[in-house]
Design a protein around this ligand. Structure first.
Ligand SMILES: Nc1ncnc2c1ncn2[C@@H]1O[C@H](COP(=O)(O)OP(=O)(O)OP(=O)(O)O)[C@@H](O)[C@H]1O
Ligand SMILES: [Mg+2]
Length: 277
């Protein structure tokens, strides 16, 4: 392909459908499961809303959803209705008054959701991007790993916050996510979040370990979005199905997520500026 053809095609369609991005979509992903994605997504959505932003939290862990479980919600409508073609995505949005943000709930244990045909997934993605136009930020809580659903939703986001802990398996899987994501053209937008860090210093160290592996073997240097300290208040708030920022707003993990939220806001503004430049 010559330079000229590349130029012409870009002029015609700057974002091919498979990579159509929602400029205010922030995906939350991880290599290994159980690293705190869902909790972090909820708390980030809450922090952004407390900072005055209009936020939608989308449970994108199709088939193993649990945003509603962590918050003690009983959604009347969920993504299953959208996927079955019964309702549009905009019709299953519910407002979560406690947190001041909106939620699209998933449906747990629905195998059909985790193995959606590409076309349906693309349709869902397109609806999501359209709905996102009504919000300042949309947070996508994804399933662990880098399967087709994760790749497509992550590719449609402006940023993917990749959550890892300091456990070797979590770090190795985060590295694998970056490597596979790189092959799928996602790496540019990945930012690292170290969760359950023993201290700020330890969190930095964990990030540096991952960074070194990426630099040495992949020639990539994913920046850090921030880190969240290990905090017993997190479990406590989940047990009470109450968001951390309501129950323990001054605890370490709450402060850390609020800091990340400030970075996310700055980052979104920057992305918008670049897009309109
Ligand atoms: N900063 C933290 N401090 C202490 N505990 C934490 C912290 N972050 C998460 N946890 C704990 O980790 C557990 C798993 O969190 P969560 O369900 O959000 O992970 P996940 O990555 O979404 O899991 P899955 O991959 O199964 O979707 C929570 O029950 C919570 O108790
Ligand atoms: Mg989860």
């Amino acid at each position: 392909m010559t330079e000229t053809t590349v130029q012409t095609r870009e002029d015609e369609d700057p974002a091919p459908p498979a990579f159509r991005r929602g400029r205010n979509l922030i995906a939350v992903a991880s290599g290994k499961g159980g690293v705190g994605k869902t909790w972090f997504s909820i708390t980030l959505a809450h922090a952004l809303s407390r900072a005055g932003k209009k936020v939608l939290l989308f449970d994108g862990d199709l088939g193993l959803a649990n945003v509603d479980v962590q918050l003690g919600l009983m959604p009347k409508r969920d993504l299953n209705d959208v996927i079955r073609g019964r309702l549009g995505l905009d019709k299953v949005i519910q407002s979560y008054e406690e947190g001041g943000f909106d939620i699209v709930a998933g449906r747990s244990g629905q195998a059909a959701l985790s193995a959606l045909p590409s076309q349906r997934l693309a349709f869902l993605r397109d609806q999501l991007i359209e709905v996102a136009g009504h919000y300042d930020a949309v947070i996508l809580d994804l399933g662990a790993g880098v399967d087709r659903t994760v790749r497509m939703l992550s590719a449609s986001a402006a940023r993917t916050l990749l959550v890892t802990t300091d456990e070797p398996t979590s770090l190795t899987d985060a590295y694998a996510f970056i490597k596979l994501g790189n092959a799928a053209g996602l790496s540019k937008n990945v930012r690292i979040v170290v969760n359950m860090a023993a201290s700020t210093v330890e969190g930095e160290k964990t990030y540096k370990t991952l960074l070194k592996a990426c630099e040495n073997f992949l020639r990539l240097a994913p920046p850090m979005a921030g880190m969240v300290r290990l905090d017993p208040r997190v479990k406590d708030s989940i047990r009470h199905q109450t968001p951390l920022l309501t129950r323990s707003p001054n605890t370490d993990a709450a402060e850390d997520v609020e800091k990340i939220a400030r970075n996310v806001i700055a980052d979104l503004l920057e992305t918008r500026k670049l897009a309109t430049a």
